[in-house]
Design a protein around this ligand. Structure first.
Ligand code: ATP
Ligand code: MG
Ligand code: MG
Length: 513
């Protein structure tokens, strides 16, 4: 992929835009681009730089992405959801050996929500966070749909990034970690020294950050990154990792625990050269995998604060990123939208779609945050396709497709016979959302009822009747979202977005951009 038309072979120290930006390290990559941390020498701050592949198709897509991002960033409206969408700071062309690359400059953000799902070992993220995330993303969608006229079309955990807090502080931590890493390597080379001498000379982040000797934190202890104290593991140092969008291959659970555990290993390994060497090896491995391992956080079991006295400060903050597939309410670039598991029924059926397609994806994603599992994960069988299975799963969970949707969609006949039954799958096993939450995820009937009352309006099979983002911000399930209790909009709860242009179909005519 690093050939003409492909990715630019960027490297640490490389200069961009006449020396204004200097690359520091890679942050991630995707199908379209590689993303780097860079120092902006003009504004004396760190930024994320997305360097797009140079082939024509990628350049054209990137130019659309920039147009959309500019509309978002230039929008002056004091909408509460604007800060939950990534901001474009700059864009330019970089001439490289593989061609001309569009470059976009963004604020630096942390890991994506898929990492968070993995960090909680696919057992679900605590509801206190899910509610904060849900409310912020609904605010962001209300802003995008109602104020800017943009549909994201690719809402999924990988495309929601967590805010880091004080980026400059974190970068300093990383740099000091790098120094430690070098020192460890030096020590490793001096294997002739006795293990006890070596153990005593290891600089431990645990000590410098004031964490307890055994590296475990109390339930109330939180690490402060910038002004945002968060319960572990959201604040864990690994939230500044190098990661890619296709991070299903990125097995976080296989990661070596971070520094403090290893520090305590070191203490107990005093007498064993072999154990010490192992500890050192895993410590440096851990640091290589992790961008920020400079803090004292242990990748502990998930912890939830016990009381709420400082809870208003425990705000996880998230932003929609990757507007690379987004479009306008009045100019859809393609009908081939949304990642499989988050694809809405109207898109599967080739029907009209609009802003409400984003709410379906959001509903699927929030279920995944709550439970750690996909809501729909269709598979191809011998006698049926992935789409057949997807439709069957939707019917089993949510009931039959509305006739209006069947009547107006292009591919209905492909999947349904004239009686309105699926052509290739006959035995459906209805299992409603509330029962799934009780039977499979062991929620109490009350909690399951509350969660499904919140999710079902987002998962209305009928795109016209699906609830719009602004109204869902006011939903009672989110009224106790920590730090966001006052975030309410003048929109009716569970109202559908009939007043939003392009709500369930493209507005035809002359696009205004
Ligand atoms: P896709 O294949 O999803 O279309 P893409 O090439 O458009 O990918 P992005 O999804 O925008 O690229 O970014 C790729 C990865 O880079 C993200 O998953 C994330 O890990 C990282 N990344 C992107 N933007 C930022 C940012 N502002 N701060 C930190 N990391 C970022
Ligand atoms: Mg992406
Ligand atoms: Mg993209």
């Amino acid at each position: 992929d690093y050939k003409p038309g492909g990715y630019h072979p960027a490297y640490k120290g490389e200069k961009y835009k006449d020396g204004r930006y200097v690359l520091v390290r890679k942050l991630g990559w995707g199908h379209f681009s590689t993303v780097w941390l860079a120092k902006d020498l003009e504004h004396h701050q760190h930024v994320a730089i997305k360097i797009v592949r140079s082939a024509k198709h990628y350049t054209e897509t990137a130019l659309d992405e920039i147009k959309l991002l500019k509309k978002i960033s230039c929008n002056n409206l004091a909408h509460r959801g604007k800060k939950n969408v990534i901001l474009l700071l700059d864009s330019f062309i970089h001439e490289g050996i593989n061609g001309e690359h569009i470059v976009m400059v963004f604020e630096v953000l942390g890991e994506n929500l898929l990492s968070l799902i993995k960090k909680y070992k696919h057992r679900g993220i605590p509801l206190i966070y899910v509610k904060q995330i849900a409310k912020q993303l609904l605010l962001a969608l209300d802003f995008l749909h109602r104020e800017v006229g943009i549909i994201h079309t690719d809402i999924k955990p990988e495309n929601v990034l967590i805010e880091l807090g004080d980026v400059e502080q974190i970068v300093r931590m990383v740099e000091s970690m790098e120094k430690e890493k070098k020192e460890i390597r030096k020590l490793e080379r001096k294997q002739s020294r006795s293990s006890s001498q070596l153990a005593a000379s290891i600089p431990t982040s645990a000590n410098s950050n004031g964490s307890s000797r055994n590296g475990r934190r109390s339930r109330r202890q939180t690490l402060i990154i910038g002004s945002q104290p968060l319960p572990s593991p959201i604040n864990s140092p690994e939230f500044f990792n190098v990661s890619n969008n296709n991070s299903s291959s990125n097995n976080n659970s296989a990661r070596v625990p971070s520094v403090p555990i290893i520090s305590s290993n070191l203490a107990s390994a005093k007498d064993s050269q072999e154990q010490l060497t192992n500890s050192l090896n895993s410590m440096s491995l851990s640091m290589e995998q992790s961008f920020v391992s400079a803090s004292s956080t242990v990748l502990d079991d998930p912890m939830i604060p016990e009381d709420s006295e400082t809870d208003s400060e425990n705000i996880i903050s998230v932003k929609f990123a990757d507007l690379g597939n987004a479009c306008w309410y009045d100019e859809h670039f393609t009908n081939d939208i949304q990642t499989r598991q988050y694809r809405s029924p109207e898109v599967i059926l080739g029907g009209n779609w609009g802003c409400s397609a984003d709410l379906w994806s959001l509903g699927c994603m929030l279920f995944e945050l709550i439970t750690g599992d996909y809501l729909f994960d269709p598979m191809k069988g011998h006698s049926y396709s992935k789409d057949d299975d997807h439709i069957a799963q939707i019917i089993e969970l949510l009931g039959p497709f509305p006739t209006s949707l069947l009547n107006e969609s292009r591919y209905t006949r492909e999947y349904f016979n004239s009686r309105g039954d699926l052509r290739r799958i006959s035995k459906l096993k209805p299992w409603g959302l509330k029962d799934v939450l009780i039977d499979k995820y062991k929620y109490s009937s009350t909690e399951a009822g509350e969660i499904s009352d919140f999710l079902l309006p987002l998962l209305n099979i009928n795109p016209a009747l699906r609830s719009e983002a602004g109204g869902m911000v006011n939903h009672p399930w989110l009224s106790d979202a920590l730090g966001l209790q006052n975030a309410v909009l003048e929109r009716p709860v569970c109202g559908c977005g009939e007043d939003i242009p392009g709500w369930c179909s493209e507005v035809k005519g002359h696009p205004k951009h």
